[in-house]
Every structure is written in structure tokens, then in C-alpha cells.
Design a protein around this ligand. Structure first.
Ligand code: GLN
Length: 493
């Protein structure tokens, strides 16, 4: 039999249902796997006791015929989701000892469906980054290695890199992530797994540490498209506690999943053909085009003319919202407090010590673009361009049902590379940020390997609320790509 940690989530659930193994057994196998993969630093907090308790409860529920959609399946939760009674740090020193008294809606929904939590995964501080090198709790390391020069530790992508590394390393069956500008799709692509960011408003943001509220959206990572569809179905849905949560029915995405995309029109945006794009990315994209064509889809060329403004627009709006959201960390209500001089000194020292360099950079950019005199020139202008970017997609939907693009402009890079050049780092999200600016669903699926033997992903972008089409196109790509490469792993004891 396949090792319990190597099953997909759907296979594991089928095994639990058939009583081939118990939740306790599969949870124990994963706890051992987590321990044996500590060198990756994927988890900030491991919760083995909680996991075993949840597993035992799950086994009892199953015995009584009351099992939920994810009952007994060990998952990991990004450490940006507040979990009641379990430390939630956002990878920041300022929240280093923060233990929420409440549960985020998304994690509560997963638990309601019976999920077991193995722990909280690392991320870039406050989800700001693409490499997991801005965490106050150390870098997360990708389980993947280059074929040559295999000593270099690679980034798992970011910001949800702890989750993507954990799913790729087979130390959990699936995981949650959040995506403000690419933080699910880029790490999924770097780690050779699938990840979806749904339509803005699909998942409640309640209880998720806020970065940029008009862009943040929760989503999931899995080792198959079906796993992602099942997990997303379990955590999505209307929540009156989040005023931007949409009152939309959640479809049976995994039940309706099919790789037959006959008659679907797939758009290829010409502006995504970047100057100087590595030829292997170009080739992967062409392969993806051939695959969807072979699956019966029709290819149409489309134009998203404002694409070149997406990154600059994002890097005005996201820091603006972040600077406002992060004003709440003042040493009074949350986490770290540095007792120093008068009240003002206390605020200043707390923030100076509590935030890392990238977070401070964003707060400064955000404060600047929101300040009197610059507000119209930067922030208001960016909002107007954001609308033009949204309109580009609305135009494209007149001609096609979904878009196919590369997920990232390169494979994973080594820890330390790009570090001295924030602009180069920001370029990682060149294919993903427009999707957040427009509030659309986007999904990455593994599609091939680079010359260095590292995973490369394709991205499918859908219409608002068009997750089913996104899943189906991704399923067709998954069937064609037959991606089966795995990172080398130490065996669990
Ligand atoms: N890499 C982008 C940033 O640093 C996106 C991060 C995210 O999606 N949370 O802002």
C-alpha cells in the first residue's frame, strides 16, 4: 500500500471511509513526517497533541456515521489564520507571543468538516514577500534541490511558503494559504503542487491577520486539483462577520470536476509574453496551449493592455492598505510591547523592534502614498489604473471563458538571491498581481520541470465566481501534464 503520507487528500479520505486506517494512524504518520522534516522549518508551531485529540474525536464521529467532508485528514494552517488557543504570529516578532481567543472563519470551517490541524506554517512576515526570507522565525526551505549544485537551499516561494513546502514534502495532506498578489500561486508553482486563490469575497477574511484588505483572499494548496476543489468547498462561504464576504452559494466543485473542456474558449494574453522571458517558461506555456487544445478547447488571442501597470499599481495599493492595517500594532492591544520612556516612546520602540525591514519598507511606502499632497498623485491614480486593469479582463471575457498563462517568470531561486534588489523580488508576481487587483480566481498547477530539475507551473485565471471553469481547465492540464516528480525526502522514523 502507498505510504499514508504519500496519499492525496482524496485518496486518504477514501481510505478512512473504507476503514483501511484510522485518523489516528494517518495523523501519527504525519506527525512523524513533520518531525523528520524539521530542517525545512515549514512549521512555526507544531500542534501534535491537538492533532491527536482531533484525530481521536474524528475516529469516534466516523464510527457513529457522522463524518464530515474532511473528517480525520491532517492539514496545515498558514500562521496568518488566527487559531483559538494556538499561537498565531504572522511570522512577525510583534505577534511573537500572540494567542488568539478566536478562530478564523476559514479554519473554523475546515474544523467543522472534521479536519485535523498539524500546526501553523511559516510565511513571509505579514505575508509580505515572495521567498519566505522575511520571517522573524527563520527561512522556510524548499524540499526541492537543483540537479546541479544541489547544495544550495532554495526558497519555497512566498508568502505561503511554509504551507507549499509542507504539502510538497508530504508532511501534510493539504494546507491553507492567503494570496494578496500571488502568495498561493507562486509558492505552489515553486513547489510543484496545485494552489488556488478564489474570487475575492469567496472566503471570509475574518480572523486572518490583515495585509491589504481589498486584495487579501484565503485559498488552499493540494497535491491534486481535486484536493484543492474539495478543500476550497470546505472553507468557502458567506460570513456575516466579513462585510466583503459574498452571499453566494458554494458549488460542489470537486463533485462537478471534469477535464473535458470541449468548446471552452481559452484566452492567451499577449502582454504576458515578457521581453527576456526564459525560453523554458515560453516552452511550458506553449505546451499548456497544446494540451488544452488537445482537450477540445479553442484558443483565442486576447489583449490585457494595462498589464504593464499592474505591479506599480499593486505596490501603491498594497502598501497603502498595509500601512493602515498595521497601525493597530501599537504595543497596547496586541503582542509585543517595549516599555520605554513616555507613551510615544513606547509606540515607537515597540514598532521599531517588532517589525522587520520589509514590513517597515511597506509601511513607509504606504504612508507616503497616502500622505496629503501625494495622495492624489499616487493612491487615487493607482485606484483609477486598478479599474482599467479590471476593465481589461471584462473585455477579455467577451472573447473567452478563462485565461492560460505561466504562473511565475522563473523556477525557484536560491535563498539569498534577489535579496539585495527588492524590485527584482517584486517581479516574481508579474503574472499574478493583476488577478488580485481584479478580484478574480486564479490557480496554479504543476506542468513541467526546468532544466535544473525544478517545478514550473501554469496559471489559469477565471471570471469572477468562475472557479468551476478554473478547476476544470486545471484538471485538463493535470491530466495532460502527468506531473509526478517529487522532491527527495528523508524517510520518517
Ligand atoms: N509577493 C507579493 C508581496 O510581497 C504578494 C504577497 C502576497 O500575496 N501575500 O506583496
Amino acid at each position: 500500500m502507498t505510504k499514508l503520507t504519500h496519499l492525496t487528500l482524496s485518496e486518504a479520505l477514501a481510505g478512512l471511509k473504507k476503514k483501511e486506517f484510522s485518523s489516528k494512524e494517518i495523523t501519527q504518520a504525519h506527525i512523524r513526517a513533520v518531525e523528520s522534516a524539521r530542517h525545512l522549518n515549514a512549521f512555526i508551531t507544531e500542534t501534535p497533541e491537538l492533532a491527536l485529540k482531533q484525530a481521536e474525536e474524528s475516529d469516534k464521529r466516523r464510527a457513529q456515521g457522522k463524518a464530515g467532508l474532511l473528517d480525520g485528514a491532517p492539514l496545515a494552517i498558514k500562521d496568518l489564520f488566527c487559531t483559538r488557543g494556538v499561537k498565531t504570529t504572522a511570522s512577525s516578532k510583534i505577534l511573537g507571543n500572540f494567542i488568539p481567543t478566536y478562530e478564523s472563519t476559514v479554519s473554523a470551517n475546515l474544523f467543522r468538516h472534521g479536519a485535523v490541524m498539524l500546526g501553523k506554517t511559516g510565511l513571509d512576515e505579514f505575508a509580505m514577500g515572495s521567498s519566505n526570507t522575511t520571517s522573524a522565525f527563520g527561512n522556510v526551505i524548499s524540499p526541492w534541490k537543483r540537479k546541479q549544485n544541489s547544495n544550495a537551499d532554495l526558497v519555497p516561494g512566498g508568502s505561503s511558503g511554509g504551507s507549499s513546502a509542507a504539502v510538497a514534502a508530504r508532511i501534510c495532506l493539504g494546507a491553507t494559504g492567503t494570496d494578496t498578489g500571488g502568495s498561493i500561486r507562486q509558492p505552489a508553482s515553486f513547489c510543484g503542487i496545485s494552489g488556488i486563490k478564489p474570487t475575492y469575497g469567496r472566503c471570509s477574511r475574518w480572523g486572518i491577520v490583515a495585509f491589504a484588505s481589498s486584495l487579501d483572499q484565503a485559498g488552499v494548496f493540494g497535491r491534486s486539483v481535486e484536493d484543492c476543489a474539495l478543500m476550497l468547498k470546505s472553507c468557502a462561504g458567506f460570513d456575516p462577520k466579513d462585510s466583503t464576504s459574498a452571499d453566494m452559494a458554494v458549488p460542489d466543485w470537486n463533485g462537478l470536476l471534469k477535464g473535458d473542456i470541449k468548446g471552452l474558449r481559452i484566452g492567451i494574453p499577449k502582454e504576458y509574453r515578457l521581453d527576456g522571458m526564459p525560453s523554458e517558461i515560453e516552452k511550458l506555456w506553449q505546451e499548456g496551449i497544446n494540451w488544452v487544445k488537445a482537450a477540445g478547447a479553442q484558443i483565442v488571442d486576447v489583449s490585457l493592455p494595462h498589464t504593464k501597470y499592474a505591479l506599480p499599481t499593486y505596490y501603491i495599493i498594497a502598501p497603502a492598505e498595509a500601512s493602515s492595517n498595521l497601525a493597530r500594532y501599537d504595543g497596547v492591544r496586541y503582542g509585543l510591547r517595549v516599555e520605554e520612556g513616555n507613551l510615544r516612546d513606547m509606540y515607537e520602540m515597540t514598532r521599531a523592534e517588532g517589525f522587520g525591514a520589509e514590513v517597515k519598507r511597506r509601511i513607509m511606502i504606504g504612508t507616503y502614498v497616502l500622505s496629503a499632497g501625494y495622495y492624489d498623485a499616487y493612491y487615487v491614480k493607482a485606484q483609477k489604473v486598478r479599474r482599467l486593469i479590471q476593465n481589461d479582463f471584462l473585455e477579455a471575457w467577451k472573447k473567452c471563458d478563462a485565461l492560460l498563462t505561466p504562473a511565475t517568470p522563473s523556477a525557484a531561486f536560491a535563498i539569498g538571491e534577489n535579496e539585495d534588489d527588492p524590485i527584482k523580488m517584486y517581479l516574481n508576481d508579474v503574472f499574478t498581481v493583476s488577478v488580485n487587483l481584479a478580484g478574480l480566481p486564479g490557480m496554479a498547477v504543476p506542468a513541467g520541470l526546468s532544466a535544473e530539475g525544478l517545478p514550473l507551473g501554469l496559471q489559469v485565471i477565471g471570471k469572477a465566481w468562475g472557479e468551476q471553469t478554473v478547476f476544470n481547465v486545471c484538471r485538463a492540464l493535470e491530466e495532460a501534464a502527468q506531473f509526478s516528480a517529487m522532491p527527495a525526502m528523508k524517510d520518517a522514523a
